[in-house]
Design a protein around this ligand. Structure first.
Ligand code: C5P
Length: 227
């Protein structure tokens, strides 16, 4: 494939798993924009700031950090100021603050510019790229030839997050995870800048009733048609 596939949806829909596997199956690059917002949030925490800090301070800490995202789907990497932070950005402190940091418009402007550079490099290099996030089909690549919006009920998504946490050795509690999923849905969908919603021309897939394999099969057919 040569173009961009925009994969959006809330957390716990299986978006990352399916996006990575799709990229590998299509020999395409892969960009996890959520990891970039998480790394920016880790920079904010390291600067000693929290939710109560003024937006300008959050923006300064987040945008002055050096964040590098690898786009190899076999080994996605994310570094902050030169060090690998892929495990740290999944921790509870970052998860609790990321929606607040990603609602700051200066943070989005900076990270979207970096995303555009990575997407351009993949497309100019002659390959395609699968880009996952919340605003890819609506804001980052509104002319993507294929846009997919994955959804699932909050309960199913919280259970998936819980299994991922257990696998990664992170403490988790189903009630707390469900509350976090619902809180982030609310914040991500209601923010003023780039809120989470399905683009009018996105294919919406409900993954409550679909396995990752079934979603992947459907996406491979779609990529073969228009990717
Ligand atoms: O995908 P993940 O759950 O890691 O994303 C973490 C958070 O980053 C989301 O809850 C959302 O607040 C933010 N995000 C965003 N725009 C994106 C990707 C993620 O605002 N394109």
């Amino acid at each position: 494939m040569r173009g961009v596939v925009a994969m959006d949806g809330p957390s716990g829909t299986g978006k990352s798993t399916v996006s990575r596997r799709l990229a590998q199956a299509c020999s395409a690059a892969y960009l996890d924009t959520g990891a970039m917002y998480r790394a920016a949030t880790l920079a904010v925490l390291r600067a000693g700031l929290g939710e109560q800090a003024p937006a300008a301070e959050l923006a300064r800490a987040a945008t002055s950090a050096s964040i590098e995202s690898g786009t190899d789907p076999a080994a996605p990497t994310i570094t902050l100021d030169g060090a690998d932070v892929s495990a740290e950005i999944r921790g509870p402190e970052v998860t609790a603050l990321v929606s607040a940091v990603s609602a700051v418009s200066e943070v989005r402007t900076e990270l979207v510019a970096r995303q555009h550079a990575l997407i351009r490099a993949a497309v100019d290099g002659g390959g395609g790229i699968i880009v996952e996030g919340r605003d890819i089909g609506t804001v980052v690549v509104p002319d993507a030839p294929l846009k997919v919006y994955l959804t699932a009920s909050p309960e199913v998504r919280a259970a998936r997050r819980g299994r991922q946490d257990a696998k990664a050795g992170r403490d988790s509690d189903l009630h707390r995870t469900l509350a976090d999923v619902e809180r982030r849905d609310r914040l991500d969908s209601s923010r003023r800048v780039s809120p989470l919603y399905a683009a009018a021309d996105a294919l919406v897939l409900d993954t409550d009733l679909l396995s990752a394999d079934a979603v992947l099969d459907r996406l491979r057919e779609l990529v073969a048609d228009r990717g």
